[in-house]
Write a protein that binds this ligand. Structure first.
Ligand SMILES: N[C@@H](CCC(=O)N[C@@H](CS)C(=O)NCC(=O)O)C(=O)O
Length: 260
């Protein structure tokens, strides 16, 4: 098993909240934060033990993160919430016993919450939102499913061997609806700030761009400028760059679907 400890890109969410409330902050050792209130000097300790997450390992580069968009979604959520985490890299081609005990379905991501291993990126991101509400990342219900059919139509087109079977048009229809949404509401799905729906869609668009470019010499058409600017905005976020897979892994990962 390979474990990578990831430091958050900024001070952890708890410390920013506490500072906001007027507490001063010090970190006597790496897993403990102490907050001192200015007037009565009451002291409180908060555990900031890193969260444990099992993710797909790269098949091209040892000891690096692989190409699972659901894992990246959860990692992005942790990054955006400034949480510390330890990544356990799992070779999905040869799943170890310890992993199958944790995840009987053999799927990643799984995250340890309250001593229990929790599968499924929907469930994990919802639990993280409840446990670590600051900064809030929830997308309002009326916007939560924006762009949600892009991934399945992308896979349909990627797998297709018949250029006239309508799968390209189905993808273009979904991207076009998304283009209109971003034009009206952007730059992100819920406006100025990134939210949970972006953290789910961003990794899928990254897979779309790399795999359709590689296997079909296809790219998002210039007639959809808001899709293009959205992808650029998401892909250039620090949290995205830190958690993205290598393009080679994305290409290798989709090969079985293409060969079919
Ligand atoms: N619905 C799950 C899907 C997770 C999933 O399908 N993960 C893939 C990797 S991207 C997996 O673990 N596949 C098992 C395998 O390849 O054996 C989620 O949102 O977390």
């Amino acid at each position: 098993m390979s474990t990578l400890r990831i430091q958050p890109t900024a001070t952890c969410a708890i410390s920013s909240t506490m500072k906001h409330l007027g507490f001063s902050f010090r970190r006597p050792h790496k897993n403990c934060a102490v907050f001192r209130r200015p007037r009565n000097l009451a002291v409180m300790a908060v555990s900031t033990d890193p969260l444990e997450i099992c993710v797909k390992a790269s098949v091209t580069t040892p000891n690096t993160l692989g190409d699972c968009p659901f894992c990246q979604r959860v990692l992005l959520t942790m990054e955006e919430k400034h949480l510390q985490y330890d990544m356990k890299l799992v070779d999905l081609g040869n799943k170890p016993e310890w992993f199958l005990k944790i995840s009987p379905e053999g799927k990643v991501p799984v995250v340890k919450l309250d001593e229990k291993w929790v599968p499924d990126s929907d469930v994990i991101t919802q639990s993280l939102e409840e446990r670590y509400p600051d900064p809030p990342l929830g997308t309002p219900p009326e916007k939560a499913s924006v762009g949600s059919k892009i991934f399945s139509t992308f896979i349909g087109f990627l797998k297709s061997k018949d250029p006239s079977d309508g799968t390209e048009q189905a993808l273009l229809n979904e991207l076009s609806a998304f283009n209109n949404h971003i034009k009206e509401n952007g730059p992100f799905i819920n406006g100025e700030k990134v939210s949970a729906a972006d953290l789910s869609l961003g990794p899928k668009l990254y897979h779309l761009e790399i795999s359709l470019g590689h296997y079909k010499n296809w790219s998002v058409p210039d007639s959809l400028p808001y899709v293009k600017s959205y992808m650029k905005a998401i892909f250039s976020k620090d949290s995205f760059i830190k958690t993205r897979a290598a393009p080679e892994d994305v290409i290798v990962g989709w090969r079985p679907k293409v060969i079919g």
